[in-house]
Write a protein that binds this ligand. Structure first.
Ligand code: DGL
Length: 258
């Protein structure tokens, strides 16, 4: 069984890909809705929540963990790998594919404040962005709007214009979505960028990495239990979110990690 988590429902963009590519595997998805957004929390809080959730997933029988959150990866994945013996697949902004795609050698990265401030992100730049101008844009507020299911609103369009227009002015030809919530805004982002800007996210690449890990660690496929969707926040609200963002009706559960 695969354990997946995010600060909220952003990780569903990764889970969709996992379900398509690895339908033989069950999963438990935990949304840490009580603590969203991670991007505006402290490093200590992000580590603490990531450890608590991973612990829960392992207790519930997960044999491999997917950190479907760039922010939790940036701040907590080293701790998780130190503390837990299960394999941990994590994600980070697609700097390398972004740089490879950019003809003009100008790439914009949209991510949370904490991801862009992390040492891990700096390392990515040092390794892969040597011949390319990378322009970072922290996007406070976007995660909250996605969580609130407020995608088709003036507020969302206004924030996207505010964050993306300066990148367009600087001549970027590629935008990396460095937060798993942002693919849910892709249509709205295209309304700002037009069709000529390449938009890159990492769900497919992470799922490929997960498949390789499952094979090399010989993680067994379905174990007879159903997929589970769990929140640390309000149950009815989570149910509404899943009705909005997940393609089928599912049962939901609530846990208290405190
Ligand atoms: N979806 C997450 C990410 O990929 C977390 C966003 C947040 O909670 O701020 O970074």
């Amino acid at each position: 069984m695969i354990g997946i988590f995010d600060s909220g429902i952003g990780g569903l963009t990764v889970l969709k890909e996992i379900r398509n590519q690895l339908p033989d595997h069950n999963f438990i998805y935990i949304a840490d809705s009580a603590f969203t957004p991670y991007g505006e929390k402290t490093t200590e809080q992000i580590i603490e929540r990531s450890v608590l959730i991973t612990q829960k997933l392992v207790e519930k029988g997960c044999r491999i963990i997917v950190v479907a959150c760039n922010t939790a990866t940036a701040l907590a994945v080293d701790h998780l790998r130190e503390k837990f013996s299960v394999p941990i697949v994590a994600m980070e902004p697609a700097v390398k594919p972004g740089v490879k795609n950019s003809v003009k050698k100008k790439v914009g990265i949209l991510a949370t404040t904490m991801t862009l401030a992390s040492r891990r992100y700096m390392n990515l730049l040092e390794r892969f962005a040597t011949d390319t101008e990378v322009i970072e844009q922290p996007c406070p507020g976007l995660v909250e709007l996605v969580e609130a299911m407020a995608i088709d609103t003036d507020k969302t369009s206004q924030l996207l214009h505010q964050y993306i227009n300066p990148l367009l002015k600087k001549g970027i030809d590629t935008i990396v979505l460095g937060c798993t919530h942002y693919p849910l805004l892709k249509q709205k982002i295209i309304e700002v960028t037009g069709e000529d800007i390449e938009i890159i996210d990492t769900a497919k690449a992470v799922t490929e990495q997960l498949r390789r890990k499952i094979e090399s660690c010989e993680i067994p496929a379905k174990v007879g239990t159903a997929n589970r969707f769990i929140t640390t926040g309000d149950l009815m609200f989570y149910k509404n979110q899943l009705q909005c963002y997940w393609p089928m009706e599912v049962a939901v559960e609530q846990i208290d990690l405190n």
